[in-house]
Design a protein around this ligand. Structure first.
Ligand SMILES: Nc1nc2c(c(=O)[nH]1)N[C@@H](CN(C=O)c1ccc(C(=O)N[C@@H](CCC(=O)O)C(=O)O)cc1)CN2
Length: 292
């Protein structure tokens, strides 16, 4: 029997834990953690994600601060806003929604965020901390992917993990997190020779390439844990559908456990963002250890 990993339910429990940590911080220290989200432009998907972040932040008991800037905002103006948020002692977490408009360097803007407020975990400092195994803030989607895998088997030690995709947002940090769990990690990508054969070796197969249904059923080892990070909008039979990077129906027949799209990794992104914001607030304000 294949386990369908219920990302929505697991994300709800991560969000509940974050909310009870917020309540604890409020009652013991009189502090309300705050998350600032910066959105530049009118990308429809980004607008939905930012709205969902705002609602989830407020539901958790934290303060949500939104900065919505027009598409033609200059890079210097976005950087100036990030610096202002860095200097604002009331702000615990800063997130710049991606993608940014083409005329703005996301690399420059992201690296202006103070690493201790970088709740997306995307600055060079936090990427370095992750590689070095030091305490930092870990990117949300990869963090959520590992949490989901661990609901299937708590101990991932010694398992062969294959990560397909090498993006800064998901593939690279996910490989580091799996390595930290003592997996034997292979990073595969568009130039990998015989990708199907590499995938067939995986006890944990993570797909984060952004190619709809790239991973076929016969690329999946029997009993493997399949984590599908892809969120692709495609037109099928005249309707728009959301599909992952894995051919779900075929893979589900072989896998031991699999995440659906939607309802798998996606909901974990915002849940882990709340978790990171609580951690950032507690560390930055010196509130001691928090359970999240
Ligand atoms: N600064 C960031 N930008 C972006 C990130 C990020 O982590 N930080 N990730 C994505 C978008 N994203 C959050 O920002 C995000 C994507 C998907 C979901 C989600 O819950 N997906 C649902 C389906 C939703 C739908 O119908 O579209 C699911 O998979 O079930 C949440 C957040 C890029 N930008």
């Amino acid at each position: 029997m294949t386990t369908i990993i219920d990302g929505k339910a697991i994300a709800a429990s991560v969000r509940e834990k974050a909310a009870s940590a917020v309540a604890d911080i409020k009652s013991r220290h009189g502090v309300q953690p705050a998350l600032a989200v910066v959105l530049v432009g009118e990308d429809p998907a980004s607008q939905v994600y930012v709205r969902n972040k705002h609602v989830a932040t407020e539901k958790s008991g934290m303060r949500s601060i939104e900065h919505k800037l027009p598409e033609n905002t200059s890079e210097d103006d976005v950087v100036a806003l990030v610096r202002k948020l860095n200097d604002d002692d009331e702000v615990d977490g800063i997130l710049v929604q991606l993608p940014l408009p083409k005329h703005i360097s996301s690399d420059r803007v992201i690296n202006e965020i103070h690493p201790d407020k970088d709740v997306d975990g995307l600055t060079e400092v936090n990427a370095g901390r992750l590689i070095l195994g030091k305490e930092g803030l870990v990117p949300c989607t990869p963090q959520g992917s590992v949490i989901l895998a661990k609901t299937v088997t708590e101990n991932l030690s010694g398992l062969n993990a294959v990560v397909v995709g090498r993006s800064i947002l998901v593939g690279k940090p996910l490989a580091m997190l799996l390595l930290a769990e003592n997996c034997t990690v292979t990073m595969a990508h568009s130039r990998t020779k015989d990708l199907a054969a590499v995938c067939r070796e995986a006890d944990i197969l993570c797909a984060a390439v952004g190619i709809p249904r790239l991973i076929k059923g016969d690329w999946v080892k029997k009993g493997a844990i399949v984590i599908d990070v892809g969120i692709n909008r495609i037109e099928e039979s005249g309707k728009m559908r959301l599909v992952g990077d894995v051919d779900y129906d075929a893979a589900a027949e072989v896998a031991g456990a699999i995440t659906p799209v939607p309802g798998g990794v996606g909901p974990m992104t915002i849940a882990c963002l709340l978790r990171n914001t609580v951690l950032a607030a507690a560390r930055r304000r010196g509130l001691g250890k928090v359970e999240v």
